[in-house]
Design a protein around this ligand. Sequence first.
Ligand code: GDP
Length: 459
Amino acid sequence: MTDTIAAIATGYARTAIGILRISGPEARQVLAKVFTPFAGKTPLLERPAQSLIYGQLHDADGAVLDNCLATFSVAPASYTGEDTAELQCHGSPTMLAAGLEALFAAGARQAKAGEFTRRAFLNGKMDLTQAEAVIDLIDAETVSAAKNAVGQLSGAMGKKIDGIYNQLVDLLAHFHAVLDYPDEDIEPFEAEEIAQSVGKAAQDLAALRATYRRGKQLTQGVPCAIVGRPNAGKSSLLNAILGYDRAIVTDIPGTTRDVIEETVRLGDLTLRLSDTAGLRQSDDPIEQIGVERSRRALEQCDLILAVFDESRPLTPEEREWLPQLSGRAAVVIYNKQDLPPALTAEEKAAIAAVVPVSVSISAAAGTGLAELTEAIRQVVGLSHFDPTAAIIANARQLECVTAARRSLGEGIEALAAGETLDAVSVCLEQAADALLTLTGRRASAEAIDKVFEQFCVGK
Ligand code: GDP
């Protein structure tokens, strides 16, 4: 980190404003070489840090490239923890490229993808979970996902993990005291007391693990299956949702071959809809495969939207598959509310007995969609979601938490089996290691590279 890096932080598209970013020990000198405050202004380097200075960006030959604003932050009070400068220019990709060339001529080199944030991490400005939150924030496709990312950006995960880690380290310190100075007068440990303490840490980790699904729902969308008999209005519902929020529909090949998923946005939720054509019994082998896939999609989804045609009585087939919704996160959608209702109170009661949450809509007219969004938020539990709480954001974090939890479980077993403190402390040390990997305090270079590979240049 002895060299000074520079990049266009705003990409190569034509934009209103484009930002050139510089970080490193030479940032001050690089900025002074390419930027001159307008005449009569206090020289750049005599200004208080972080003030905005109006002036001119010029190339190595002194030719003016742009009138722009410069700001300078002194280490360690900056994003990267190094001396950092930013030039807010007009958003011309051509001029920005020329500006970047001028920065190189002045002594900076091209920053690699994620290098600014990597430096922030290496300088202790953030832990690895916070760096991951930066990616999640940039990639967030819904406001909920963004709010969650900002929550994690504040270090909720790091704080939670540090708490558990410190608890383990305290225990280990005691163990070592006992092991290293057997003759000293240290209270002998009661296995019961240790087991309780380790058990508490294990519980905390288990609770954290349970947040993974929520995090995934926020960042990748809620896996969701639409079910209902033919003509209930499933396709119309999908179209209504699309029209309602002008969502972009994309086809993502699902985990199972040939199953197509559509991603749609409903308010601040992203739904990953699987097409579950048929739930009915069939003797046709080809259709059976489809039915089998539908059943799998139904089993694996986090949310079921069960569409009923309110203008028709229940069919025997519908009565037959209704029990499959029992105990699942599901919303019943009574469609075609614009038509005279034919579903009886008895039929609705039978449905409500299995799925308590329902809304009436008209997919054709596009009415009732706001209520549907609210019902879905309620059922998936996003309406009472706290974005500032620690949430596992990705598979890497899950792996670390799972490994730590497993090691603690082994420690508890070793205690129960009456093994030596040495054996127990090995398990606790492994757990503590997994937690250090999670926050990146003792992560391998490969693990760190993997995180920063996901960044764009300039971040
Ligand atoms: P799917 O087979 O479940 O996908 O059902 P479709 O979405 O294809 O709809 C079946 C029929 O019901 C079509 O003729 C739609 O125009 C009609 N339909 C869908 N929603 C409504 C609605 O809210 N009101 C009325 N009146 N007709 C609807």
